[in-house]
Design a protein around this ligand. Structure first.
Ligand SMILES: *Cc1c(COP(=O)(O)O)cnc(C)c1O
Length: 426
């Protein structure tokens, strides 16, 4: 082998995988087993004591999932990763390592709706307090920092309007506050943006979306950048203090630049339990092999459709960072030069009724609550995902009554445009 570093597409196909050592199987097998036989009593004891790496029980780790973890860590440029059952599970497991009851974390106001709910309600019951900041105003993050702040959470490309976040500017705030920056990279995928290159300390994904990519499997993943010093000021006892569960070892001292990924596995996943099924890991791995091809097609189609909509007389406005006229176009050129993603919103001159009617008339687009499928998807947030908010809050979150959200698939763009054309003119 030459000492060339493999490119992104090569890693998407190969990282973490080898022919199966016992059978020679070339595709990664689905290790559909709950448990793994120990060599002997010493081996078992050393696995349980974290003195050796190996398989014990699928809630803690599984060889199919391990290939997925190594692959996504390689694509994101992290030191290690942990796969879990869903994107939401990834968020719980990450914050459980960082926050004690009464602590705070700062989150960008523009987030996936489910994350807004999770942070506002479920996390409150754990005593974890979210403080909101405006991703378009870096100073609002700085103002939100208090002695109880333990993390900052943003999305690289944010739901629902596809806006681009200035990751480097917010990472500077996180550095100054000595807290880790967590970036949800679901809508970009590492093909478009690698947040670690811009100062992220932890990356999370809903694998359910573009990484799996086919709308068939839920999953989530946590990537450790290996960049954060967990010993600062005793703020992160899960990582810096002796763990009674493991004979008093200190995770940072023992595992160095992948201690966070280990903490998520042995303190988070082991005890909270949201393990990813190896079958889902297999489907998501298969999806990742074509990520670069799919993502480019998603973005090229999205740009063509955004341009079509921007010039249509029934359309009031289009919010897509890939358009030269868009507010986020400068940030898109910097952070996502290959394309500005495939999820965006537009608004109709006819308001709420026109939005509902459009969604009902589309035939090729599926009306459902998901993004990042091979199929094109549509939803009217004001009457569905954001219907619990009052009108002012809907508008603030980019889901006003006239707004329609699209997730553009990988079909022929001419067919998608024809479908929009007939629905808009009907
Ligand atoms: C879907 C999504 C999530 C949650 O992921 P699940 O796999 O549905 O739990 C989190 N963040 C973003 C940006 C998402 O799109």
């Amino acid at each position: 082998m030459s000492d060339r570093l493999p490119g992104f597409s090569t890693l998407a196909v190969h990282a973490g995988a080898q022919p199966d050592p016992t059978t020679g199987a070339r595709a990664t097998p689905i290790y559909q087993t709950t448990s793994f036989v120990f060599n002997d009593a010493d081996h078992a004891a050393s696995l349980f004591g974290l003195q050796a790496f190996g398989n014990i029980y699928t809630r803690i780790g599984n060889p199919t999932n391990a290939v997925l973890e190594e692959r996504v860590a390689a694509l994101e440029g992290g030191t290690a990763a942990l796969a879990v059952a869903s994107g939401h599970a990834a968020q719980v497991v990450v914050l459980q390592q960082l926050l004690q009851p009464g602590d705070e974390f700062i989150a960008a106001r523009k987030l996936y709706g489910g994350s807004i709910n999770q942070f506002t309600h479920a996390f409150k019951s754990f005593g974890w307090n979210v403080v909101w900041a405006d991703p378009d105003d870096t100073a609002s993050f700085e103002r939100a920092v208090t002695p109880r702040t333990k993390a900052i959470f943003i999305e690289s490309i944010a739901n629902p309007g596809g806006s681009i976040t200035d990751i480097e500017a917010i990472s500077t705030v996180a550095r100054k506050a000595s807290v880790p920056l967590i970036v949800d990279n679901t809508l970009a995928s590492p093909y478009l943006i690698r947040p670690i290159d811009h100062g992220a300390d932890i990356v999370v994904h809903s694998l359910t979306k573009f990484l799996g990519g086919h709308g068939n499997s839920l999953g989530g993943i946590i990537v450790d950048a290996g960049t954060f010093d967990w010993s600062t000021g005793g703020k992160y006892p899960m990582l810096s203090e002796p763990r009674p569960e493991y004979h008093g070892i200190r995770l940072q001292e023992t595992f160095g630049n992948f201690a966070f990924a280990i903490a998520c596995r042995v303190l988070g996943l082991r005890d909270l339990g949201p393990a990813l099924s190896p079958f889902n890991a297999f489907l998501i791995l298969t999806g990742i092999e074509t990520l670069p091809l799919r993502m480019q097609k998603h973005c090229d189609n999205a740009k063509a459709i955004a341009e079509f909509l921007a010039s249509h007389p029934a359309v009031a406005s289009v919010s897509y960072a890939g358009l030269a006229s868009d507010k986020y176009n400068q940030l898109a050129r910097k952070y996502a030069p290959k394309g500005a993603g495939a999820v965006f919103t537009f608004s109709l001159k006819g308001g709420y009724d026109a939005g509902v009617s459009l969604v009902e008339k589309l035939q090729l687009f599926s009306h459902l609550a998901n993004v990042g499928d091979t199929r094109s998807l549509v939803i009217h947030p004001a009457s569905t995902t954001h219907s619990q908010l009052d009108d002012a809050a809907k508008i603030r979150s980019g889901a006003g009554p006239d707004v329609v959200r699209l997730s553009i698939g990988i079909e022929d763009k001419e067919d998608l445009i024809a479908d929009l054309e007939q629905a808009l003119s009907a």
